[in-house]
Design a binder for this molecule. Structure first.
Ligand code: HEM
Ligand code: HEM
Length: 135
């Protein structure tokens, strides 16, 4: 059951991240609109927070069902799934929290772009490595 939640939240978070990135690119004016709509920003913000919550739950479920801080975790960590999961969890916090706190967008715009597109690739690796782990 816990595994089922982990897998379905993981898959959903990947799909949501894709839509978040598309709305992010739209908000940044990449689809050729000179006037950026408020709706695309609000959608981007809402979807990103939902993605963040799902990734966090997925990470915690994956981490604790495979032993948490028990010594056996060493054996469970083989493959990139743990490390990409941990990276995605940290990056998503680094992406969302400053965006919500810092009001001067210019300061974080470039790093937001790098982390944003990177997160999508990491979650893709997470999805593929996760599917390969199902037995
Ligand atoms: C999962 C979290 C998030 C991801 C993956 C993400 C990803 C992205 C991406 C890929 C872009 C396009 C950048 C470009 O092409 O130049 C973007 C733009 C943008 N994002 Fe996010 N984002 C996230 C969370 C947030 C949050 C929480 C906010 C604000 C509350 C935010 C506000 C913006 C804004 C205003 C833009 C337009 C360009 C800019 O001013 O930086 N994002 N985002
Ligand atoms: C947000 C996305 C995800 C995160 C943060 C995440 C994180 C984790 C972590 C930390 C573990 C435990 C460490 C390990 O055993 O290597 C784990 C285990 C696992 N994950 Fe994920 N995962 C995600 C998505 C997925 C997806 C999409 C699938 C499958 C389609 C999946 C399948 C699995 C499986 C089968 C295990 C092994 C569970 C076990 O041994 O009981 N994960 N995940």
């Amino acid at each position: 059951m816990v595994n089922f939640i982990h897998v379905s939240f993981g898959i959903t978070s990947f799909i949501l991240c894709l839509i978040t990135v598309i709305f992010g690119a739209k908000t940044a004016g990449r689809f050729g609109k000179s006037r950026i709509s408020k709706t695309s920003f609000k959608t981007h913000k809402f979807l990103s927070i939902t993605t963040g919550i799902l990734v966090t739950i997925s990470f915690l479920l994956g981490f604790f069902t495979s032993g948490g801080f028990e010594p056996e975790i060493e054996l469970e960590m083989e493959g990139p799934h743990f490390w990409t999961g941990l990276t995605a969890f940290i990056l998503i916090l680094l992406q969302i929290l400053p965006s919500l706190i810092i009001k001067k967008r210019k300061k974080i715009r470039l790093i937001h772009r790098y982390i944003g597109y990177m997160l999508f690739i990491i979650l893709l690796i997470q999805l593929v490595s996760g599917i390969l782990r199902i037995d």
